[in-house]
Design a protein around this ligand. Structure first.
Ligand code: GP9
Ligand code: MN
Length: 423
């Protein structure tokens, strides 16, 4: 009810992190291009397999002068996998502890990024070479205010170009170009890739790196599909540069969730050359996160953060203050950024103490903490649980029905239609 909403607003107001003046508005008026890096984990960055880089293009971006790369950034997804990642980054709300909010909460009221930016003159579109109803995207995107959803109906879908979850990344990006060019600028867009998806199959002729040699088939071929995805990204960047879009677009890239589950830890011990503890398994939930803004000073940030922080970070870069929005993350670039990173099961990571499976660890040594730090740990645990519970109240109670910032007009989802005949 609306009392719950008052509690939530009091919380999100107190949780708000003020923009950093060095970054606020650095990308004002620019296009936004999200590149969804399917199943990409951060351990791949700078990993060498037989002396060869697996993701040379992404590695090069960690050194790009206009790109910020975050190496302590975590996915926060649960059973909703890809859809949880999308849900979190479009709304700065947590996904649900069970199931997928995309499939069960598609008709809720949201104040999502495409709606916020749509009211600032942005067009918006999602590009994805798979069935539009997968994860209920074709419904919830309307509630988010996405103007266009280019799903498989808009792509060739040649049988020889298909992966298990849709069109392979290289033809996917290639075929997306005319649709991207049809959008009025500035645009807010998201490209959802699929080639690097479990169990990581790839036709022999597409491989450009030998598989790993752990003997665990999906782990071994993961390096090959990740390489393919990296090449597809480079190809798309080449287009962006040639077309000039590169100079006035913010490019955001995120790994959506793990690619190698804990069930494969024996093989991962061979990959990493060390024993994997529960704390290490939690650390493996790091995913690469990049933000490129033309003219912005880049570098490697070690700040702890997660997918929940993406939306406030982006809005502040675009010069839009998030103060009046109900968002559970905080701007990664703010001095006041909250570096406590909740996982959906109530575990958490932070630069000091981490909580995994009910045990607390020193985040620098990976060893269990002693009694003297227990109070601090329990305090962090309570903050995490409170935060997740409040976010769940918003999503389960559809509470955004009861509140909009003054500057925001709620979306009328009946105004959206993704049929191919739309003009
Ligand atoms: C499906 C694709 C995969 O369209 O985005 O989703 P996932 O299985 O990773 O959740
Ligand atoms: Mn996924």
């Amino acid at each position: 009810n609306s009392d719950d909403m008052t509690e939530v607003i009091n919380y999100t107001k107190s949780n708000y992190a003020e923009p950093n003046t060095a970054y606020f508005g650095a990308g004002k008026g620019m296009n936004v291009i999200y590149l969804h890096l399917e199943s990409m984990q951060n351990f791949l960055i700078d990993y060498k397999l037989n002396g060869e880089e697996v993701t040379p293009f992404l590695n090069s971006l960690t050194k790009d002068q206009n790109t910020l790369y975050f190496d302590n950034f975590f996915h926060q997804t649960a059973q909703g996998k890809t859809s949880d990642a999308e849900f979190i980054l479009e709304n700065s709300l947590y996904g649900l502890p069970q199931g997928s909010a995309f499939t069960t909460k598609g008709l809720n009221t949201f104040q999502a990024a495409p709606a916020i930016l749509g009211q600032q003159g942005y067009s918006s579109a999602v590009f994805h070479g798979n069935s539009g109803s997968f994860w209920n995207r074709d419904e919830i995107y309307k509630s988010f205010g996405y103007q266009h959803f280019f799903d498989e109906k808009y792509y060739s879908m040649n049988p020889e170009d298909l992966a298990e979850y849709g069109l392979m990344d290289k033809p996917f990006f290639e075929e997306s170009i005319p649709m991207l060019e049809s959008l009025p600028q500035p645009f807010y867009t998201k490209f959802i890739t699929v080639s690097n998806h479990y169990p990581y199959p790839l036709a022999e002729e597409e491989t450009t790196i030998a598989p790993h040699t752990t003997g665990d088939k999906s782990v071994d071929t993961y390096f090959q599909t990740a390489r393919y995805a990296d090449e597809a990204l480079k190809q798309f960047f080449d287009y962006l540069k040639a077309s000039g879009l590169y100079d006035h677009s913010i490019i955001v890239m995120y790994g959506d969730h793990y690619g190698i589950s804990e069930n494969h830890n024996k093989a991962m011990e061979k990959v990493l050359g060390k024993e994997i503890t529960d704390f290490d398994s939690a650390g493996l939930q790091r995913v690469p996160f990049f933000i490129r803004v033309p003219g912005m000073e880049g570098g490697v940030s070690h700040e702890y953060g997660g997918q929940i922080d993406i939306l406030p970070t982006l809005l502040h870069l675009l010069g839009i203050d998030t103060k009046d929005y109900v968002q559970f993350g905080t701007d990664l670039l703010s001095e006041q950024h909250d570096d406590l990173v909740p996982f959906r099961d109530g575990s958490f990571m932070s630069p000091t103490i981490s909580s995994v499976g009910g045990k607390f660890y020193d985040s620098t040594t990976g060893l269990e903490i002693d009694e003297t730090r227990m109070e601090e740990a329990v305090n962090l645990q309570n903050i995490v649980e409170n935060k997740l519970a409040l976010s769940d109240k918003v999503v389960n109670g559809d509470l955004l029905r009861f509140y909009s910032p003054d500057t925001f007009t709620p979306i009328d989802r009946t105004q959206y239609n993704y049929n191919k005949t739309q003009d």
